[in-house]
Structure formats: C-alpha cells, structure tokens
Design a protein around this ligand. Structure first.
Ligand SMILES: Cc1cc2nc3c(=O)[nH]c(=O)nc-3n(C[C@H](O)[C@H](O)[C@H](O)COP(=O)(O)OP(=O)(O)OC[C@H]3O[C@@H](n4cnc5c(N)ncnc54)[C@H](O)[C@@H]3O)c2cc1C
Length: 485
C-alpha cells in the first residue's frame, strides 16, 4: 500500500550479496515497521562470498578477510554478534613475496602497496636493480602534479617511482588486490590517499616519513598489504552472511528470485517482475538495485538509457580461485609469509597465491596447509576458458615450481568468479557521479553495491547502510507530501 493511508511501506532490495544484505538489514534495523523483500536470483545468499568446510579444511570461495582501517565492517560484526569472533592475521608472518625470475623474494619490510616506509629493506632487496632503487629514492624530488585530473595507477607510479618499481612491485600488488590492469585503473577511485600524500607533502616518501612515527611497529615490519589491519570471522566469511540473514524478519529473503524487469507505475511506485513463469508482478514504494553494474544497466535501460549507459561502462573482470591442500611436509618453502604476487612481466599464468592456513588459524588440520591460487583477472581473462581440470593442473604446477612441492595436492577445490570484480577505470568517479545524479532524479530508485564507492566488504557495507538511510528519508518525504495534501 502507498501513501499515508497504508502504514506498511514496501521496499524491494534486488541482489543478496553483502551490499544487498547490509541494505536490507539496516532498513529493518532502522525501521522495524517496514516491509523489506530481498530478492536473490541464486539459491543462497552472499553473492561472491561463500565458505565451505570439508575434511577439517575451511575453503573460502571469494574474500577471506576484510580491512579495519575503516570502521564499517567491524561495526556491523559487533552489532550482529560476531565482534568476539574476529581473528587478526598471525603476527609472526605478516609479509608477502613477489616472484622475480621464477623465485619468491620477500617484499621489502615496510613497503606497503605503493610506497616504502623503511630505507634499509629497500636498499637490500634483490627485487630491484641498483638503478631501480635509485630511481625509487628520487621520488623524494619529483614535483607534484599541479592539476587534479584523474590518471591511471600505472601513470602515477611510473611518474613518481619509475618503471621498475611499477613492474616489479606495484603492478603485481595492485593486480593482486583488484585482479585488474593498473594501466586502466583510476588513482582517484582506487587509492586516492596516495594522491593526497603527493598533494599535501610533495612526495609519498616524505609523507610516509612524517607519518612513520604515528604508524605502529607491526605495520612498519609487514610488507605487501597492510596485513595488521585485516580480520576474518573465525568460521569464515560466510558467517557474516549467515548472521545478517538470521537477523532479517521471517519472509524477507526470497531465493531463486531473479528480477527480469523493473518498471515505474503511474503513481511513482515500482513494479518488479520476476523471471519465473506465472509469478505475478509485485509493487513496491521503493527499490534498491544491489546487483553488479552490468545487471543494473540491463534492468534500468528500458527506463532511462542515459542512466544505463555509464552503468554499463563499469566492467567487471572475472577470476578463478583454485584452493589446494597439502601435507605441510610436502612443501619445501618455509611459508613464512601470507602469500606471493606475480608481476605480469614474469609471464606466468597465475596472479597470486595466498597461504590461507598461515594467515588465520583453523583453516587446515594440524600438519597440513591450504593455498589459494588466483588465476585470470583483467590481464589474463582468457584463462577462464580452460576446463576445471586444466585450471587445477595449472595451479598445482605453478605452486610446485614456485614453492618446491613434492607430490600432488591431497585435495583441490575450484571457484569460478566470472564478472565479479568491478574495474574502476580512469574517470570512474565522474561516471559514478553521473549515475547518481541521474538515479536521484527518479523517485524511489536507489543503487548500491561494489561498483560505485569501493570493492572491499566494509565499503559495500557502508554503501548499503547509507543507501538504507536514503531510502528511509525518501519514504518519510513521500509520507510528508501525502499528509500535506
Ligand atoms: C575473488 C574475490 C576476492 C575478494 N577478496 C576480498 C577480500 O579479501 N576482502 C574484501 O574486503 N573484499 C574482497 N573482495 C571484494 C568483495 O568480496 C566484493 O566486492 C563484495 O563481496 C561484493 O558484494 P556485492 O553484494 O556488491 O556484489 P555480489 O556479491 O556480486 O552480489 C550481487 C548479488 O546480486 C544477485 N543478482 C544479480 N542479478 C540479479 C537479479 N536480476 N535478480 C536478483 N538477484 C540478482 C547475484 O546473484 C548476487 O548474489 C573480493 C572479491 C572477489 C571477486
């Protein structure tokens, strides 16, 4: 029912990944009187998040942890009773490796994503040539870019640190995070803090030296990613999905419910048509589209071509994760880090490997180890055309060569993630602003998800929770208009 004569307001959330779940949860948290329906096309919630337990191993299909330097992920976990189940990464092994000429080399301590915070580990690293190191040090004197135009991550890093630091360290680290191509990824949309450092301090090295006293010892002794800032639920990432689902009122979630069409009724309400034959269309006061951008574009094109256009420009790259289990004694490498990344110039066929059972406890039985291998991404998407068997063989072969493994894996599992990681190309922020302005002009339509303001779980949660607040503001406004009449 619509208007102030019908007290129950109805909201449809399309897409039951973490973004849609966080939206639906926040809506019911803020207004228990609201009728919320979460429509998910698959037969389970979570989208790219899923966890499986088998033979004492814990397999993560997509994400295996999330960052805590923004509060939204941890805050939500606390509110839904998971606060005391969050595990920190193992302090002993915080650090990672990069492949150089087929060998794993430790990423210099203090080198986080794009910039060094300590001198000696960089001077001593065999990853860079003497010229590469000198060029990196010269960053201190490179003048800041005067204008505020967006640029690619690759342009930024090469401009400031030189080609070798980009090829050998930054490209593989960023490739590992976004399964993307840094030559196309937007600095503004993915890592704006590095541009802020350049703007405010003239140099990233100078900025980091100034901040060094403030950063923790643990942080300065890790390398690769900011591992001291990551946490994972003890029972895997799916426990976040399950805890959220449990808190939704009965009847909120509808699985196997693929939305085929969206239309706006003459009175401003929303007509949602499911794909199943014979399902009658349902009407809602507001609708939240929490699907990947391509699907949002498909749903909205009949309504507004100019809204669909920038949405369809957000490409989602695909990847595949092969998880392999070994007896610890099979692996000759000490596994004294959280994993490795592979530069594109090494011309191997994997993006990265993550030592899952080293990062967090409880991921493999005693004396065993679990390693996740990432394949595909924006730079090698064609590899997703390989069969499951070929992908598993490829992953096992790469690990054998890189880690020195004797014998085949005890167990393997494969997760295909087609079109799962949105690529924030140069100009992304402007594209999203255009989408938002256009969507705001359509009453009762809201967009949320990983395609807009951040791909990490906490960012999806934040985006979903902010969207929930905007939906409620809209419904209140509608109610106020109706009361005035
Ligand atoms: C391989 C991989 C590893 C990652 N690792 C990390 C990590 O370690 N840490 C981290 O913080 N983040 C990580 N991320 C990012 C993060 O997991 C995702 O950005 C986030 O989970 C996306 O959530 P979402 O709800 O926006 O989208 P999705 O999970 O894609 O959910 C969208 C949902 O919409 C549904 N849907 C689509 N169309 C329709 C329709 N027409 N009708 C109904 N339902 C529909 C889909 O079935 C899906 O369930 C990773 C991502 C990937 C792919």
């Amino acid at each position: 029912m619509r208007g102030n004569e019908g007290p129950v307001r109805r909201v449809a959330v399309i897409g039951g990944g973490i973004s849609g779940l966080a939206t639906a949860h926040r809506l019911t948290e803020l207004d228990p009187g609201l009728s919320v329906t979460l429509l998910e096309r698959a037969d389970r919630l979570g989208g790219v998040l899923d966890t499986h337990r088998e033979d004492g191993y814990l397999f993560e299909w997509g994400a295996d942890n999330f960052i805590t330097n923004v509060p939204w992920g941890v805050d939500l976990c606390r509110r839904i009773g998971l606060g005391d189940q969050l595990l920190e990464t193992d302090q002993q092994h915080r650090g990672a490796f990069v492949v150089r000429n087929g060998k794993l080399r430790r990423i210099p301590q203090g080198f986080i994503v794009m910039a060094p915070s300590r001198v000696w580990p960089v001077v001593a690293t065999p990853i860079l040539s003497p010229w590469g190191k000198l060029r990196m040090a010269l960053e201190f004197f490179v003048r800041a870019r005067p204008d505020d135009a967006d640029e690619s991550l690759a342009e930024f890093v090469i401009r400031r640190f030189g080609q070798e630091t980009y090829d050998r360290l930054v490209q593989p680290l960023i490739g590992g995070i976004y399964t993307g191509d840094p030559r196309r990824l937007s600095l503004q949309a993915t890592m704006p803090r590095f541009r802020d450092m350049e703007k405010n301090h003239g140099s990233l090295i100078r900025a980091i030296m100034r901040q060094a006293t403030a950063s923790s010892r643990a942080e300065r002794h890790s390398s690769g990613g900011r591992y001291s800032m990551f946490v994972a639920p003890r029972d895997g990432i799916a426990s976040l999905v399950q805890a959220l689902a449990r808190r939704l009122p009965a009847g909120t979630v509808r699985l196997g419910a693929r939305v085929a069409h969206l239309a706006q009724a003459a009175d401003g309400g929303w007509i949602v048509q499911l794909a199943e034959h014979g399902e009658p269309a349902e009407t809602y006061d507001a609708v939240v589209v929490a699907t990947p951008a391509g699907e949002a574009a498909r749903l909205l094109r009949p309504l507004d071509d100019q809204l669909a256009e920038p949405l369809s420009a957000v490409h989602h790259s695909g990847c595949c994760i092969v998880t392999l289990a070994y007896r610890r004694a099979q692996v000759r490498h000490p596994l004294d880090g959280f994993g490795f990344v592979v530069p594109a110039i090494e011309r191997r066929r994997v993006i990265s490997g993550s030592f899952a059972s080293v990062k967090y406890p409880g991921r493999a039985p005693e004396g065993h180890t679990l390693i996740r291998v990432f394949i595909g991404g924006a730079l090698q998407e064609e590899l997703l055309g390989l069969s499951d068997q070929q992908l598993v063989e490829l992953a096992a072969r790469e690990l054998q060569e890189l880690l020195g493994i004797d014998g085949p894996p005890l167990l393997h599992r494969l997760a295909r993630m087609p079109a799962s990681m949105p690529q924030y190309y140069v100009g992304h922020r402007q594209r999203v602003a255009a989408v938002q302005a256009r969507a705001a002009a359509v009453g009762g339509l809201f967009l949320t998800g990983n395609a807009y303001h951040g791909v990490g779980i906490p960012f999806c949660v934040h985006s979903g929770e902010q969207t929930a607040q905007r939906v409620l503001d809209y419904l209140r406004q509608q109610c106020a208009h109706a009361c005035d009449k």
